[in-house]
Design a protein around this ligand. Structure first.
Ligand code: SF4
Length: 300
């Protein structure tokens, strides 16, 4: 079924001619919000694997992780092309002099058609951006979560919205594709505040977005308050995602609708385990509304 929003899968298929699979890499990076540089506590939702959401381990080298992926995925999915996704923790949090070698290790052969690097806005600078800009089909995934500084403080992000804007502008100046991560259901945020975050991202005309629902994972700070968290229902979340899709520009690629954590670590909300059910509900609501991504987008 054709989607009523601009999926990243379709964007990649149009660009490379076949479905492109992401190979998740744990390159052994850390995070200044966990190693004591900014804080030792981390963001309140972050678990011990740095919101890795995978069973991979950095005991394998980057090259070994890639080779393992391109050995397994063709058997399961007839996969042919891949993007190396540096996901765990903050993947620019090393001196610039080391980064080039680290990223290039992922390009084992021509089947690796691009690279996606997840990081924090305060872990990037012009020198690092220049290194990334020279890689094949680079994308930076930038954690924001909310534009509201009170929320960012409450969730212990360790940076404010201006910091995000500075990083975003530097990356865009270098011509690199940026995918922004947001979270719905953060403490003290009402629906209007969540929509304000999406409206601001629409104004920036971001290249891509990953929507997440706040999840309580074992090992996170949030787990201590699990019984006090009034999690959003699946229906409310899906309606909010549909409202957001309508506001975003049609060009923004939708890279994730429901977030997903490691099932074994999940405390709440339990509906997040059924990713396909949530995606189907979003599709159904868009059809019921007879709506499309960008139907309420206002170019500025
Ligand atoms: S920035 Fe990412 S890795 Fe660092 S504490 Fe926050 S969620 Fe965890």
């Amino acid at each position: 079924m054709d989607k009523r929003y601009n999926t990243y899968n379709k964007f990649l298929k149009d660009k490379f001619g076949v479905k492109v699979h992401k190979l998740i890499i744990d390159a052994g990076f850390s995070c200044p919000n966990r190693d004591g540089t900014i804080s030792s506590d981390g963001c309140i939702f972050c678990d011990e694997v740095g919101s890795f959401g995978s069973t991979h381990s950095n005991k394998l080298s980057i090259k070994e992780q890639i080779l393992e992926g391109i050995e397994i995925l063709p058997k399961r999915f007839k996969a042919q092309k891949y993007i190396a996704y540096f996901q765990a923790f903050s993947n620019t949090y090393k001196p610039a002099s080391e980064l080039e070698r680290i990223y290039n290790e992922a390009f084992v052969d021509d089947r690796i058609v691009g690279i996606s690097i997840g990081t924090r806005p305060d872990c990037i600078d012009k020198e690092k951006i220049k290194i990334i800009s020279k890689l094949k089909f680079p994308q930076i995934e930038l954690g924001l979560q909310s534009i509201h500084n009170d929320t960012l403080k409450l969730i212990n992000r360790g940076h404010d919205f201006d910091c995000f804007l500075r990083a975003y502008e530097m990356i865009k100046e270098a011509g690199i594709n940026v995918c922004v991560h947001t979270i719905f259901g953060l403490p003290n945020e009402n629906r209007s505040m969540m929509i304000e975050t999406i409206e601001k991202l629409a104004e920036l005309k971001i290249d891509g977005i990953k929507f997440h629902m706040l999840t309580v994972l074992r090992g996170s700070k949030l787990a201590q308050y699990a019984d006090r968290i009034d999690a959003m229902s699946e229906e409310d979340y899906c309606n909010l995602v549909c409202d957001s899709l309508e506001i975003l520009p049609p060009t923004t690629t939708i890279q994730r609708l429901p977030g997903s954590g490691l099932k074994s670590e999940l405390i709440s909300p339990l509906w997040i385990e059924h990713k396909f059910h949530t995606t189907n509900l979003i599709d159904k609501i868009m059809i019921q509304r007879n709506s499309f991504q960008g139907s309420k987008y206002q170019a500025r």
